[in-house]
Design a protein around this ligand. Structure first.
Ligand code: ADP
Length: 447
């Protein structure tokens, strides 16, 4: 500040001196005034420069551009410019940092597996992530500041927003939902800040499906067990209350044994399924010979054929080249035997069942069961491996089926990285093929 006064005094002194030197006494005052005016003009020039620079800096240029253009000015204005530059620089730095933090925060919300929508106090969309755009069919750019109620028109959602009871979620169909492929969303609103809302959406289609399957499964198991139980308790009551002859008695006991066998088979299949679902995938250290597996299946098929068909079936077993499969013996046998016994059970008396093992050119192993039975209509094929899914209910029951055989086959196939392929046409028989990967199959060298 002292410098400023010194410059001012120097200007006046120089002006006064020049005036006095030119016009003696009269020129002194004029010279002083002129000196003051020159100082004022110089000062105004620097102020104007500073203001011009400040105006430019308030436009959207960054701190780097700003720092490079500080006007060179002497004295107090130079210092003012320098201090202002430093202030602006630290402000811009802070702005950049908070922008980076905001970007990181938004990137984290973008990465969220749930849909995230930020709503303002009026319920307008301020921001939403990619998942939310898929869930609700929003356009992340176009729909910003649109009222959510104009975009999500589901009555249940409207009622939820109107009641403003956000202690629970609401389940609504997703924008991609169709009658054949329903999509269910769980939407939960959380209040924050001043009347603002955070809306979270979650695709619960798979969860709901699993829950429906669990309910169906429990209902199916209960039904399957209740039927033989009802029959059994009926027989017990008869045995207890009626005076029966010995032949009648032994007939009833035989029927009771059949029902209890049915329950036992069901419980065994259920236990097998739960073991398959709950145990780790088999490694490749246990090797089972295909010859032994197929021979066991053949014996079983023959025994079953004798029981079910008076004339018998034409059974043909082609053991193929001697090989080994890596996996769990009990599981692989269970899958193969289910396919073979199904073929025998569903093929009418006198029909043909062909079972074969083949080593394919690419090293994979193919186990094939072909029958000349009734075949399966195409609409049933995709659901055939579901638990308790039956096409021919009465034939399944008559022949001791539990409805779990192909579900077991599917699990064993998956656990051994194999593939199950079903080909069937109504009236033209069926063909079930299990293909084991090359890594799990090896040929046994003779000798
Ligand atoms: P199930 O114990 O009832 O045989 P599965 O899971 O083994 O149960 O089979 C499901 C359904 O698929 C059966 O109920 C039957 O209707 C049909 N199916 C299975 N194998 C054959 C086959 N070889 N020929 C015709 N239908 C079959």
């Amino acid at each position: 500040m002292i410098n400023r006064w010194l410059v001012f005094a120097a200007c006046m002194f120089a002006g006064g001196g020049l005036g006095f030197w030119t016009y003696s006494k009269d020129g002194l005052v004029a010279g002083v005034v002129l000196g003051a005016l020159v100082w004022l003009m110089l000062d105004s020039f620097y102020v104007a420069r500073l203001l011009k620079w400040l105006r430019v800096e308030q436009s959207d240029e960054g701190p780097v551009a700003m720092a490079s253009r500080v006007p060179a000015m002497p004295g107090v204005w130079g210092e003012a410019a320098d201090r202002t530059r430093r202030l602006l620089k630290s402000r811009d730095q802070r702005l950049l940092e908070s922008q980076a933090r905001l970007d990181e925060f938004l990137a984290a919300m973008q990465a969220s597996p749930s849909g995230v929508v930020l709503l303002d106090a009026q319920g307008r969309i301020e921001w939403c992530n990619q998942i939310a755009t898929q869930h609700f069919g929003f356009d992340a750019q176009r729909d910003v500041m649109q009222h959510i109620a104009n975009l999500v028109r589901e009555p249940a959602f409207k009622a939820y927003m109107a009641l403003a009871d956000f202690s629970h979620d609401v389940v609504i169909p997703g924008s991609a939902s169709t009658p054949t492929r329903p999509v269910k969303l769980s939407v939960h609103v959380h209040s924050y800040g001043k009347d603002r809302k955070l809306l979270l959406s979650r695709d619960i289609t798979a969860v709901e499906l699993a829950e429906a399957m669990r309910r169906d499964f429990v209902a199916n198991v209960s039904h399957e067990i209740r039927t033989p139980l009802t029959v059994l308790s009926g027989f017990i009551e008869t045995l207890q209350t009626l005076p029966l002859t010995e032949p009648e008695r032994s007939r009833y006991l035989a029927m009771m044994a059949q029902q209890s066998q049915r329950m036992q088979t069901l419980v065994n299949d259920l236990l097998t399924l739960s073991r398959l679902e709950g145990s780790p995938f088999p490694g490749i250290n246990e090797w089972i010979t295909t010859g032994a597996l197929l021979a066991q299946c053949e014996q079983e098929a023959k025994a079953l054929s004798v029981l079910l068909a008076p004339q018998g079936h034409q059974l043909a077993f082609d053991l193929g080249p001697p090989c080994e499969i890596a996996g769990v013996q009990a599981e692989i046998y269970s899958a193969m035997s289910n396919l073979v016994t199904n073929a025998v059970r569903y093929t009418p008396d006198g029909g043909k069942v062909e079972v074969s093992w083949k080593l394919l050119d690419d090293g994979r192993g193919e186990f094939k069961v072909r029958d000349s039975g009734p075949g399966i209509a195409p609409e049933h094929l995709p659901r055939l491996t579901e638990r308790f899914y039956r096409v021919d209910r009465s034939r399944s029951r008559e022949t001791g089926g539990t409805g779990l055989g192909l579900a077991i086959v599917k699990h064993v196939t998956q656990r051994h990285s194999a593939e199950l392929h079903i080909e069937s046409r109504l009236g033209q028989g069926s063909c079930f093929v299990m293909t084991f990967p090359a890594a799990r199959v090896r040929r046994i060298q003779p000798g």
